[in-house]
Design a protein around this ligand. Structure first.
Ligand code: IPE
Ligand code: IPE
Ligand code: MG
Length: 247
């Protein structure tokens, strides 16, 4: 780590208002590959290296939750070959990195409809989650087969069914209660949302949870996103004023 980067890290740690939950839309793998005349999957492979770096950096800083948008519901609309290559990469990486994640006290969880993934794939994830479930360090949350509107609809369906069975009085449904029906019920809302590659959109990510999240959009392509870039985003967040509608 360069002197400049470690100075930045020190300043971040001194300032103390670390975001508890950082979410990232890891975008730009395809563009990274295209720039190099490589197939898109080479970009996804390079993206995995960035994931490793950022997981390490987030854990080192003492951030509680890191949510990574890994595969959206809409991403199924990509060519079949790309979808299977991404999935393969995901499972290979999970298998390969499991020991190290566990050694680093990382707890792996997922958000999204993982029940729709193939059994063999789901088992790899479930094994990793089981193995790391008692870890007390960084919670690494992979948003997988995730769509924000579907999440809200799934919550509404469960709420309707609870009302029908007399388990829930609609009069008592407030924001707090509603959020317990979401996939992310055990997590705080993200404090900071980073999106790489410059796109100014949410792409159906954590729609309910990001109502007061601070946004940080950078032109850096995800495979080029370094520890220093990550620190810059955190430092930028730490120097903002969050108002939540107040003065
Ligand atoms: C993000 O990179 C990875 C996934 C969506 C799985 P992209 O594949 O979207 O890269 P670009 O946007 O085409 O550059
Ligand atoms: C969002 O990126 C999804 C993930 C990072 C997994 P996309 O590349 O799919 O988003 P759009 O299509 O540009 O909105
Ligand atoms: Mg993209």
């Amino acid at each position: 780590m360069s002197k400049e980067t470690s100075n930045l890290k020190e300043r971040i740690l001194k300032k103390r208002n670390l975001p508890a939950h950082v979410a990232i839309i890891m975008d730009g793998n395809g563009r990274w590959a295209k720039k190099r005349g490589l197939p898109r999957i080479a970009g996804h492979k390079a993206g995995v290296k960035a994931v490793k770096r950022i997981v390490k950096a987030a854990g080192d800083l003492g951030i509680s939750v890191l949510t990574l948008f890994t595969f959206s519901q809409e991403n199924w609309k990509r060519p079949k070959s790309e979808v299977s290559a991404i999935m393969k990469l995901l499972y290979e990486t999970t298998k390969r990195e499991l020991n190290e994640l566990d050694e680093n006290n990382v707890k792996l969880i997922t958000t999204g409809r993982i029940e729709e993934l193939s059994l063999r794939r789901r088992e790899i994830l479930q094994k990793a989650m089981k193995r790391t479930k008692n870890n007390t360090g960084l919670i690494l949350n992979l948003a997988l087969n995730y769509g924000g509107r579907t999440e809200i609809l799934d919550a509404v369906k469960e709420i309707a069914s609870d009302v029908k069975r007399g388990r829930l009085n609609p009069e008592q449904l407030g924001e707090e209660k509603f959020s317990h029906y979401l996939y992310t019920k055990d997590l705080p809302d993200p404090d900071l949302l980073i999106r790489t590659s410059g796109e100014m959109r949410i792409s159906n990510f954590l729609l309910w949870q990001t109502s007061y999240t601070e946004l940080y959009i950078t032109d850096i392509l995800w495979p080029n996103f370094s520890t220093k870039h990550f620190y810059e985003a955190i430092w930028n967040y730490q120097n903002r004023e969050r108002r939540f509608g107040r003065l």
